[in-house]
Design a protein around this ligand. Structure first.
Ligand SMILES: *Cc1c(COP(=O)(O)O)cnc(C)c1O
Length: 494
C-alpha cells in the first residue's frame, strides 16, 4: 500500500514508513492511502475470534504493508497490553436504548489520545530503520495539556527517539501539570514556559523552521519530528476500535452480520470521526456518523450548510480538547468525497479567506454519511447530570457532548439503529467540571475534585490519576519563550 497527498494530482506515492516519518506532505496536504482496503465478511468473522492487539495488527497490516505481520503484532501487543489499558483497550458499556458507550480512555493517560499514541511511536521507531535513518528523532511538542502527556507516555523509553514537551506554566490544569512534571522515562524532558499556549506553539514552530538549529542538531546526530495528530501513524490505529466494537456487538449477539449501526463522536480535529468514516469505506456496516461539537460548532454549521467559516468567535469550554476552529483532518474527508483538485482549492480558500463552500455534489456525498449536532455548556452539564441520575453512569465533559448529540439525532430523525458513542476521556480527567455539573458547587481545587467525585459517586479514580498529588516531581524548569532552543540543546547535552 502506498500513500499520496490529499492535494496532489500527480499523485507521487510514498511507503507507510516514509509517511509516518515525514508527517505532512511536501505540498502542505495530508497523506491518504491510494486505495481503501476492504474488510470481507470472512475478515470480520476472523477478527471476532481475536483479542484487541491481534485485531489491531490485522487492520494496520492492510495499510502498513511495508511492516511485517510479526512486527505489527509485537508492537500492538506491547501498546495495548492489559497492564497499560487496564479494563480493556476499547470496552463497550451498555447504556440501554441500544446505545453502547465505547470507552477509549483506559490507557495510561486516561484519554483517547492513548489509543494512537501508544502504538505510533513504535511504528516511527521501526520507520527510522526501514528508511535507513541513522540519527535519533527528537519529538518536540507544544501542548495545552492532554496531547503532551499522552505523547510523553507513548514515546517514553522508545528506542532511537527522545521527546521534549513545552507547556505554558499557567495554562494547564493542576492535574495536567502534575501528570507532566512527574513523567517517568529516560528519554523525556518537560519544560514550562512563561506565556500562553500560543507562545509555546510559536516557539516550537520557530525551532522547526530554523535551518541553523537543524544543522546543529544534525551535527549532534539528531533530527526534529512531530507527534502531530495529522500523522497517518496516529490516524490508522483509530480505525481499529470501530471494527473491534462491531465485532464485540456481533459476538454478544446484539446484532447480526450486516446490520448497520450508527456512531457518534465528540469531535475536535476530525481525526477520530474520520477514522470511523474509513472503517465504513472499508466495508464495516456503519450508517450515520454523527459529528458532535461543543459551543465551537463550526463543524455543525459546515455539515448543515456546506460552508466552513472560521471567521467567528473562539470559546473556551469545559471540553477543551474540542475547542478548535480548524479541524485539520476534515481535509482527508474532502479528498475522499471531492478529489485532490477541489481539496487543494478549498484549502487555498481557507488559508486566504478563512472560509470555503463545497459544491452541491460534494455536499450530497458528505450528507450520505454525516450529521452534525452540538451541545452548549448548559446542555453539556445537564447531560452529565442526567446520565448519572437516570443511568447511574459517570461521563466526562467531552463524552457528554456526544451523548447529547446522539440524543438530538435520534429525536430529530426517529432513527433507532444501535448507536455506538465514543467516550474520549475518563470523567476523572475533567473532575472539577464534572463535579460542578453534578452537584452545582465548585470543589476547592482540581485535586480535591478527584476525591470528592469518587466519594460522592461511589466510583474509583481512574488508575493513572490515583495518588497523583504524592508523586515525585522530576521537571520544574520554567524558561522564557525566547530560551526554548537553548533549553532543548541543554537537554540533549545533559
Ligand atoms: C483530542 C480529543 C478529542 C477530539 O478528537 P479529534 O480526533 O481531534 O476529533 C475529543 N475528546 C478528547 C478527550 C480528546 O482528547
Amino acid at each position: 500500500m502506498k500513500f499520496q497527498s490529499t492535494r496532489d494530482q500527480s499523485a507521487a506515492k510514498f511507503s507507510a514508513a516514509q509517511v509516518i516519518k515525514q508527517g505532512l506532505a511536501a505540498d502542505g496536504g495530508l497523506f491518504v492511502p491510494e486505495s481503501v482496503p476492504q474488510l470481507t465478511k470472512a475478515d470480520i468473522e476472523a477478527l471476532c475470534g481475536m483479542d484487541y492487539p491481534a485485531r489491531a495488527a490485522f487492520i494496520l497490516g492492510k495499510y502498513l504493508s511495508d511492516y511485517t505481520a510479526d512486527e505489527l503484532l509485537e508492537d500492538c501487543q506491547k501498546a495495548y497490553a492489559p497492564t497499560s489499558f487496564v479494563g480493556g483497550a476499547a470496552p463497550l458499556y451498555d447504556l440501554g436504548d441500544d446505545t453502547e458507550v465505547m470507552e477509549l480512555w483506559h490507557g495510561p493517560t486516561a484519554a483517547f489520545k492513548d489509543m494512537a499514541l501508544q502504538i505510533m511511536p513504535r511504528l516511527l521507531s521501526r520507520a527510522l530503520v526501514k528508511t535507513g535513518e541513522t540519527r535519533t528523532a527528537l519529538i518536540l511538542v507544544a501542548t495545552s495539556g492532554d496531547t503532551g502527556k499522552a505523547a510523553l507516555e507513548g514515546y517514553r523509553d522508545i528506542e532511537r527517539i527522545k521527546i521534549m514537551v513545552f507547556y505554558p506554566t499557567g495554562g494547564v490544569s493542576t492535574v495536567q501539570k502534575l501528570q507532566m512534571q512527574t513523567q517517568l522515562g529516560d528519554n523525556v524532558n518537560v519544560t514550562a514556559i512563561y506565556g500562553n499556549f500560543d507562545d509555546a506553539q510559536t516557539g516550537v514552530k520557530r525551532i522547526f523552521g530554523n535551518a541553523d538549529i537543524a544543522a546543529e542538531l544534525d551535527k549532534n546526530g539528531y533530527f526534529l519530528s512531530s507527534a502531530n495528530s495529522i500523522n497517518w501513524g496516529r490516524l490508522a490505529p483509530q480505525i481499529v476500535y470501530y471494527v473491534s466494537a462491531y465485532c464485540d456487538l456481533l459476538t454478544a449477539g446484539r446484532i447480526a452480520y450486516g446490520d448497520k449501526v450508527n456512531v457518534t463522536v465528540p469531535t475536535g480535529n476530525f481525526g477520530n470521526i474520520f477514522a470511523a468514516y474509513l472503517a465504513k469505506l472499508m466495508g464495516l456496516p456503519l450508517d450515520k456518523l454523527i459529528c458532535a461539537s461543543n459551543k465551537n460548532n463550526i463543524l455543525t454549521d459546515f455539515l448543515r450548510t456546506g460552508t466552513y467559516d472560521r471567521n467567528r468567535a473562539f470559546h473556551l469550554t469545559m471540553s477543551p480538547s474540542m475547542d478548535i476552529l480548524i479541524s485539520s483532518n476534515l481535509e482527508r474527508l474532502l479528498y475522499f468525497v471531492a478529489g485532490p483538485a477541489k481539496t487543494a482549492d478549498y484549502m487555498k480558500q481557507l488559508a486566504e479567506t478563512g472560509a470555503y463552500t463545497v459544491d452541491a455534489e460534494t455536499k450530497a456525498r458528505i450528507d450520505e454519511s454525516f450529521k452534525g449536532y452540538f451541545a452548549d455548556e448548559a446542555d453539556t452539564a445537564a447531560t452529565i447530570k442526567r446520565t448519572m441520575t437516570e443511568k447511574n453512569y459517570l461521563i466526562d465533559t467531552h463524552t457528554a457532548v456526544a451523548v447529547s448529540a446522539a440524543a438530538q439525532y435520534r429525536k430529530e430523525t426517529g432513527d433507532s439503529r444501535p448507536m455506538i458513542v465514543a467516550s474520549t476521556a475518563s470523567p476523572y480527567k475533567f473532575a472539577a467540571d464534572v463535579y460542578t455539573s453534578l452537584y452545582g458547587e465548585k470543589a476547592e481545587s482540581d485535586l480535591a475534585a478527584l476525591d470528592l467525585l469518587s466519594q460522592k459517586t461511589g466510583t474509583e479514580i481512574t488508575y493513572p490519576l490515583r495518588g497523583i498529588g504524592s508523586r515525585t516531581i522530576r521537571f520544574e524548569d520554567v524558561v522564557d519563550a525566547t530560551e526554548m532552543a537553548d533549553a532543548m540543546f541543554a537537554y540533549l547535552k545533559a
